[in-house]
Design a protein around this ligand. Structure first.
Ligand SMILES: *Cc1c(COP(=O)(O)O)cnc(C)c1O
Length: 386
């Protein structure tokens, strides 16, 4: 029974948010692998912590409520979540993926699932005609990100979901970059939404976790089976940390986005910047569609400097913004997709989709925006080749 209507309240009170046994306002960390049974076949609903753990269950109920689905599942990482979801498919099936997806998603498909006979096809999903054309007789699922990693390409989630439904195939959305606070794919028609909760949901760069929410009960049963059978579950302590992180998601995201919008305007106006990718800029390619399906453009920005700038010198000169993999933490991070997050994608494919050597990806944190812009300014200046 919920006494609220808005997501800001659900983030704090959603799912199982208190401890019924003691009234504690936080769910305890049930650091246990097993549960004593009253007799054969008699138990309090918990048998073994791979199958179910009360702290994890609280997190799973919370994310299901936030995404508006039938059930949630917590995994040890985003990749464990993606692996469990892909395990819904079988040898001979084909999955369509967006032309820029997280490097690890490409890698697990290319190096792990392909040898088992699960095929993949890369399609520019920002063009619905290409999605329709890409669907073959063996296609069973479409896995998309919007905005996608790292070029922030926007895909029409309602459009792709409708095409998928028409063909009787699963639509799966990696919502890591947006979170349910900014975008809710299930409401747009998707079957499955997943997250690397390592990023904005955790929000503090102090845990690795993955979450999945499915729309209907039948899929929930299959995924619950796969989660237990393959076993990549999230532990109780990390489940607790993630619940704690999610409570402040709304206030963090508001500041992340406010800072990102300032940084995008700054970079767009800067003479050193050759190209900027940010769906929150009204003149960006995906702006209108993103506006329709999401609250705003999020807080990830990618950009390229002109050739007379040395990006190695730029990275070295940054003082406040850290050079690191990952994103979505309170601290601003910058990365070089070609050699870091997307290094597992072959160069030909990287070049084809526009992940160039000069591309810089910025995860805008919640520091003071003047400090962030000053750091970018001085690092760009130091990057100029004299
Ligand atoms: C980081 C990331 C993943 C992988 O998640 P891990 O928690 O690192 O396993 C998947 N998708 C996107 C979009 C990501 O950014």
């Amino acid at each position: 029974m919920a006494y609220y209507e808005n997501i800001e309240s659900a983030l704090i009170h959603g799912g199982i948010s208190t401890d019924p046994a003691t009234g504690a306002v936080n769910v305890p960390i049930y650091q246990t692998s097993t549960y004593q049974q009253q007799g054969l076949g008699e138990n309090a609903g918990w048998e073994y912590s791979r199958t179910g753990n009360p702290t994890r269950a609280a997190l799973e109920a919370l994310i299901a409520e936030l995404e508006g689905g039938a059930a949630g599942f917590a995994f040890a990482s985003g990749m464990a979540a993606i692996t469990a979801v892909l395990s819904l498919l079988k040898s001979g099936d084909e999955v369509i993926i967006s032309s820029n997806v997280y490097g690890g998603t490409f890698r697990v498909l290319d190096k792990v699932f392909l040898p088992f006979g699960l095929k993949y096809k890369i399609v520019d999903t920002s063009d619905l005609a290409q999605v329709e054309e890409g669907i073959g007789t063996q296609t069973r699922a479409i896995l998309i990100e919007s905005p996608a990693n790292p070029l922030l390409t926007v895909t029409d989630l309602a459009g792709v979901s409708a095409i998928a439904r028409k063909h009787g195939i699963l639509s799966i959305v990696d919502n890591t970059f947006m979170t349910p606070y900014l975008q809710r794919p299930l409401e747009l028609g998707a079957d499955i939404v997943l997250h690397s909760a390592t990023k904005y949901l955790g929000g503090h760069s102090d845990l690795v976790a993955g979450l999945v929410v499915v729309k209907d009960e039948a899929l929930a049963k299959r995924l619950a089976f796969l989660q237990n059978a393959t076993g990549g579950v999230l532990g109780p302590f990390d489940s607790f940390l993630l619940i704690r992180g999610i409570k402040t998601l709304a206030v963090r995201m508001d500041r992340h986005v406010e800072n990102a919008e300032k940084a995008a305007r700054f970079l767009q106006a800067h003479p050193a910047v050759k190209h900027i990718y940010y769906p929150g800029l009204p003149n960006s390619e995906g702006y209108a569609i993103n506006r329709r399906q999401a609250r705003n453009g999020g807080a990830m920005i990618s950009f390229e400097l002109y050739e007379n700038y040395d990006i190695r010198a730029f990275f070295k000169a940054l003082r406040l913004i850290a050079l690191a993999e990952s994103l979505g933490g309170v601290e601003s991070l910058v990365c070089h997709p070609a050699t870091m997050t997307h290094a597992s994608i072959p160069k030909e494919i990287r070049d084809q989709v526009g992940i160039t050597e000069g591309l810089i990806r910025l995860s805008v944190g919640i520091e003071n925006s003047d400090d962030l812009l000053a750091d970018l300014e001085q690092a760009i200046a130091k990057g100029e080749r004299k």
